[in-house]
Design a protein around this ligand. Structure first.
Ligand code: HEC
Ligand code: HEC
Length: 278
């Protein structure tokens, strides 16, 4: 009897610990954003900081100009002023150049209604040079310092469903738009480019400036798109990749369900006793 009570107490503790652990794993997935004392200054070493530094280096800008004169001038014109049928690059900013080059949309091989995404044509170093040159043509949005780890998964899901899902689908697989255009899938795009796209508004996609989506909200959206890309949670089970709701359900069922079962087991003898003696 005494042994049994001890065993029951131990099991109760294990059950409670398990429930707490599962619940903690849950909370972890949607942890609230950490305040950023540095504000909009990009973190040292981030893509945004590397590009900002390159933009200030005349040698990098000059190298970018050389690449521009061979790969881009035929369409975008001398000094990026544009040619008939091709857009000016003056003031589009580093964000646009970085986005179009890293998603392989530029250089365009042949005129197309929508420049397709493809593997980038330039090395990382060349892209930094070209972006620095385009940035030197006129003020425009910088490469954003995207920090998905600072974002909030739940907020990201809400913002994504409200602002992006109509075109890119709630699962990020993309979708057809009018005039034969396509909202591409987001399942293979790097974090910085996911964050750049709303700032740039490529093709038919609208621009979401900082007044519409703050940097923090952008981090949340990127965090959610990364979640769509790989809905696996570190430190948790997959549970059908169906998202936090079924995971919460499992935490409740396994955790609380387990506690109820243990409670019933502890009191079993008393119930049997009562049944036997009326
Ligand atoms: C064959 C013509 C062609 C070539 C070559 C080309 N582009 Fe483009 N570029 C375009 C067209 C057309 C668009 C508009 C496409 C779109 O919006 O989808 C565009 C759009 C862009 C944009 C977006 C502008 C904006 O409004 O935000 C950038 C940045 C850009 N190009 C950079 C480059 C760079 C850098 C190169 C050279 C590496 C290059 N392009 C080579 C035709 C070209
Ligand atoms: C009105 C429809 C529409 C909405 C709303 C929209 N997009 Fe897009 N998006 C597009 C289209 C169209 C393109 C392709 C543009 C092009 O290549 O010319 C695109 C491209 C992208 C890309 C580049 C993907 C790649 O393959 O390189 C990313 C990333 C992206 N969008 C993210 C977002 C996010 C995040 C949101 C919400 C904040 C959003 N989009 C809202 C239509 C939309």
């Amino acid at each position: 009897m005494k042994v049994r009570a001890t065993l029951a107490a131990t099991l109760l503790v294990i059950g409670a610990t398990l429930a707490l652990a599962i619940a903690a794993g849950q909370a972890d997935a949607g942890e609230s954003p950490v305040p950023d004392p540095a504000g909009s200054t990009p973190r040292p070493g981030s893509a945004a900081a590397v590009q900002l530094e390159a933009n200030r280096d005349p040698a990098v800008v000059a190298a970018g100009e050389q690449l521009y004169l061979t790969g881009c001038v035929s369409c975008h014109g001398v000094g990026g002023k544009g040619t008939p049928g091709y857009p000016s690059l003056v003031g589009v900013g580093a964000a646009s150049a970085d986005f179009f080059l890293r998603t392989g949309r530029m250089p365009l091989a042949a005129p197309a209604p929508q420049a397709p995404a493809k593997p980038p044509a330039y090395t990382d170093e060349q892209i930094i040079q070209l972006v620095a040159y385009v940035a030197s043509l006129g003020d425009g949005p910088p490469v954003p310092d995207i920090r998905p780890e600072r974002g909030d998964l739940t907020e990201g899901a809400q913002l994504y469903l409200a602002n992006c899902a109509a075109c890119h689908n709630s699962t990020g697989i993309g979708g057809a738009l009018s005039h034969g255009n396509q909202a591409p899938p987001l399942l293979n795009v790097a974090p910085t480019q996911i964050g750049e796209a709303p700032r740039v508004g490529p093709g038919q996609m609208p621009v979401f400036g900082p007044d519409t989506l703050s940097d923090e909200q952008l981090d949340s959206i990127v965090r959610y798109v990364l979640y769509l890309q790989d809905p696996e949670h570190p430190g948790g089970l997959r549970i059908g990749s169906a998202g936090p709701v079924p995971e919460g359900l499992v935490a409740w069922l396994v955790g609380l369900g387990g506690l109820v079962l243990i409670a019933r087991w502890i009191t079993r003898e008393r119930r049997e006793h009562r049944r036997a003696h009326g």
